[in-house]
Design a protein around this ligand. Structure first.
Ligand SMILES: Cc1cc2nc3c(=O)[nH]c(=O)nc-3n(C[C@H](O)[C@H](O)[C@H](O)COP(=O)(O)O)c2cc1C
Length: 298
């Protein structure tokens, strides 16, 4: 088997890469001696991610995941602009393994109080800022209200929610009730509210839903911010994945809060606070409950 065929045979592991709303927007095109990582436009989020920031980060995370998988398979593969995977002289050097890729998962439930240790932060690649959770709690409420109160953004989220196991795509993609750590009644209420979005929006749904996330950052914990280092968003996505895997090696889970970057007002305040261009924002800590494994197309 060629290296392309071997990596293709392990596509299901590469698909464990994270992506916003679990859209899995990558579309690998397998050629004889290279793999071009194309974007599936139907899996982009034009309303919630108009600049394509999260799309590029997800593609970058997929590229990095493919490289980790290829290294463990003993294949000499490198990433090249495109992005694409091409043959290389040596195996990709990475401390991470297929087991790390398989074990990685976002955790959205409550976390134990406590800040991330300075030596853990020192173990991360440069370009990470630390903000205490409580400092961002008011802005998270503003961002949630913006998200649920902006019809195209809320509708796009609704389209990727799979709030009941009866949803035909429950095991394939999107965000399930279990992945979102919702109780059965919370899932039912969210589903009903979003189904009748036009009406409930007028009734103050945005404020209601924003209020439900109010407690999320009201504990003493850490939020980390991935800062841009140049314009290469694919490289940033690769760094994001390595950052999450390094944190996982320290026993720490992450929970992205991209609405803080999507909402123009809170994005501007966060950029000012960290003195750079934030590309990803996530709380970090020890979850109180084991997070579930998210769905994938294969
Ligand atoms: C660039 C990016 C942005 C994300 N933003 C959010 C977010 O705002 N809120 C959230 O709960 N999860 C967010 N996620 C996490 C994805 O929803 C998650 O990766 C996906 O559902 C697959 O789940 P898993 O990472 O547990 O495998 C983001 C992931 C990426 C890569």
């Amino acid at each position: 088997m060629s290296w392309v065929q071997q990596l293709r045979a392990n596509e299901a592991i590469c698909n464990r890469a994270p992506s916003a709303h679990n859209t899995q927007p990558w579309r690998p095109e397998y050629h004889a001696d290279r793999i071009v990582i194309d974007v599936d436009a139907a899996r982009s989020l034009p309303d919630s991610d108009p600049t394509g920031r999260d799309l590029a980060l997800g593609i970058g995370a997929f590229v990095e995941t493919c490289l980790i998988v290829s290294a463990e398979l003993g294949l000499s593969v490198a990433a090249a602009p495109g992005p694409q995977l091409i043959p290389a002289a040596n195996r990709y050097r990475t401390p991470f393994t297929i087991a790390d890729v398989e074990a990685r998962r976002v955790a959205r439930g409550p976390y134990e109080p406590g800040y991330v240790d300075a030596d853990v932060i020192a173990d991360l690649e440069p370009g990470i800022a630390h903000v205490p959770t409580r400092d961002l709690a008011p802005d998270l409420e503003v961002a949630d209200r913006w998200m649920f109160g902006t019809p195209p953004v809320a509708v796009e989220l609704r389209d990727w929610l799979r709030l009941s196991p009866r949803h035909p795509r429950y095991h394939l993609d999107g965000l399930t009730d279990r992945a979102l750590a919702l109780s059965r009644s919370e899932a039912w209420a969210l589903s009903a509210a979003l189904r009748a979005y036009r009406v409930t929006r007028r009734l103050g749904l945005a404020a209601l839903l924003a209020a439900s996330g109010r407690g999320l950052l009201r504990y003493d914990g850490s939020v980390l911010v991935l800062l841009a280092d140049g314009d290469d968003r694919i490289a940033a996505g690769r760094r994001l994945l390595r950052t999450w895997l390094t944190l996982a090696r320290h026993g720490l889970a992450v929970h992205p809060l991209s609405q803080l970057l999507d909402c123009p007002a809170t994005a501007a305040r966060l950029a000012e606070r960290v003195g750079g261009q934030p590309l990803a924002v996530f709380r970090v800590g020890h979850p109180l409950a084991e997070p579930v494994r998210s769905a994938r197309r294969m």
